[in-house]
Design a protein around this ligand. Structure first.
Ligand SMILES: *Cc1c(COP(=O)(O)O)cnc(C)c1O
Length: 429
């Protein structure tokens, strides 16, 4: 596969941008490679600067649930563009998207739009601290909530991939107010609440974890979390930035009927443009400025172009059968990969929830971060390179999730499984 143009661009990029990238995992360091530079995308495919094409399972790290350049989304964006790109004043589009979110996500009565998932989680935690008058935030090992100071303790995604425990530049005082516990460990949770429950401002959790690879929740764990936070006056925050409108139209909370106090959203909600949102009970949300004292603002928040892309995306997701079709396609991929690994005599574990899929090279179940870390990352790197060579574009780390979109065809899935078969055979020990 020719990569000359990408290689040249990367040399220039590294001089101008730290690490040559605007978000760390894109650099592909953990798999020992340089990134390919993408020129355009269409449906399930990406096309790079050297003219190679790939079946895309990153989907811009989650947002592209409809695939790239869905005609209805492009049309909605173009319609707004003809009227302007940003007004810094209220528009009907913001209200429309807010109402769609409220009717989709069961626990959300009011919602505030921001520009990224990071902004949503930072703001939700500030709100939780503001209304409880407490400082302590509990999170879980391997969960990623964006790059806010509070969350850079035992974090997932790029932080896990780079193998760093936290980050320089985060004040000690800040981290002292964050407690990170093992995911899915109900007993540990009960012990910590027995001791510190009354000082906890918020518990933030990925209700399906997608930033340590894919790790589904133990439902007893989520239910206990709900009970304990309620009993101790702490705010339960579901970080559904990845899972919202992805695992189901109403997110994980709709899937399992467990209701948080606040929900963070992002990714899919912006239809490929930069949008985040946080919402929840009106009683809590009404504490945000200008209605209440908790300050949060944004020059481009509720941007009309982004709102239009979000609205157009959600309209399609709402169509009957959308998630059923996506599920069938994702199940076919899971089955194909499992069979291919088995035939090659390679031990893998695939965790999947809907169109989110994580693949670990291990023979033991993966239900938390410690278990994910025991998987063979060297095999993963070889697998990644092999798949890329066959035109399959996966996330360059086992600590990320693969995303299937509605643009993936049966042929795409079959081609992917055929590629995996060859790559698994080559891994044979
Ligand atoms: C991606 C992600 C974030 C951060 O969102 P950004 O838009 O990258 O700031 C937060 N939480 C979860 C669960 C995510 O997957």
């Amino acid at each position: 596969m020719k990569r000359d143009i990408s290689a040249k661009l990367f040399i220039k990029a590294k001089k101008a941008i730290p690490g040559g990238v605007n978000s760390p995992v894109r650099a592909c360091r953990s798999v020992g490679m340089d990134p390919v530079f993408i020129q355009r995308a269409e449906g399930s495919k990406l096309f790079d600067a050297d003219g190679n094409s790939f079946i895309d399972y990153i989907g811009s790290w989650g947002p592209m649930i409809l695939g790239h350049r869905h005609p209805q989304v492009i049309c909605a964006i173009e319609d707004v563009l003809s009227r302007g790109t940003s007004f810094g004043a209220p528009t009907d589009l913001e209200v429309e998207l807010a109402e769609m979110v409220i009717s989709a996500v069961p626990s959300v009565e009011m919602v505030r739009m921001v520009n990224s998932g990071t902004e949503a989680t930072m703001s939700a935690v500030r709100l939780a601290r503001g209304v409880t008058g407490r400082d302590l935030v509990i999170k879980f090992d391997g969960c990623y909530h964006g790059h806010g100071d509070t969350f850079l303790v035992e974090a997932g995604s790029g932080v896990a991939t780079l193998g760093i425990p936290g980050s320089p530049g985060v004040p000690k005082a800040c981290v002292q107010n964050t407690l990170s516990l093992p995911y899915n460990d109900t007993q540990r949770l009960q012990e910590v609440f027995a001791e510190k429950g009354k000082t906890v401002a918020a518990v933030i959790v990925e209700p399906v974890a997608g930033n340590m690879g894919l790790v589904p929740p133990d439902l007893a764990f989520l239910k206990t979390l709900r009970k304990l936070t309620q009993g101790h006056g702490a705010v339960l925050i579901f970080d559904e930035v990845m899972t919202g409108f992805r695992v189901a139209y109403g997110g994980v909370q709709a899937l399992h009927g467990i209701m948080p106090d606040l929900t963070c959203m992002g990714k899919v909600i912006g239809g490929g443009l930069p949008v985040g949102a946080y919402g929840g009970k009106a009683e809590i949300m009404s504490n945000i400025a200008p209605e209440g004292p908790v300050y949060q603002a944004g020059t481009l928040s509720g941007n009309p172009v982004a709102m239009a892309a979000g609205i157009a995306t959600l309209k399609i997701l709402k169509e009957p059968g959308f998630y059923e079709t996506l599920e069938a396609c994702s199940a076919k991929l899971e089955k194909g990969l499992k069979e291919a690994a088995e035939e090659a005599g390679i031990s893998i574990v695939i965790n999947r929830v809907g169109s989110m899929l994580g693949l670990f090279f291990t023979d033991k179940p993966v239900s938390n971060f410690a278990e994910a870390q025991k998987s063979n990352v060297n095999l993963f790197a070889t697998y990644y390179k092999g798949m890329l060579e066959h035109g399959i574009y996966l996330a360059p780390s086992q600590y990320e999730t693969a995303f299937v979109s509605s643009a993936h065809s049966n042929t795409d899935i079959e081609e992917t499984v055929r590629a995996a078969s060859k790559v698994f055979d080559g891994l044979g020990i």
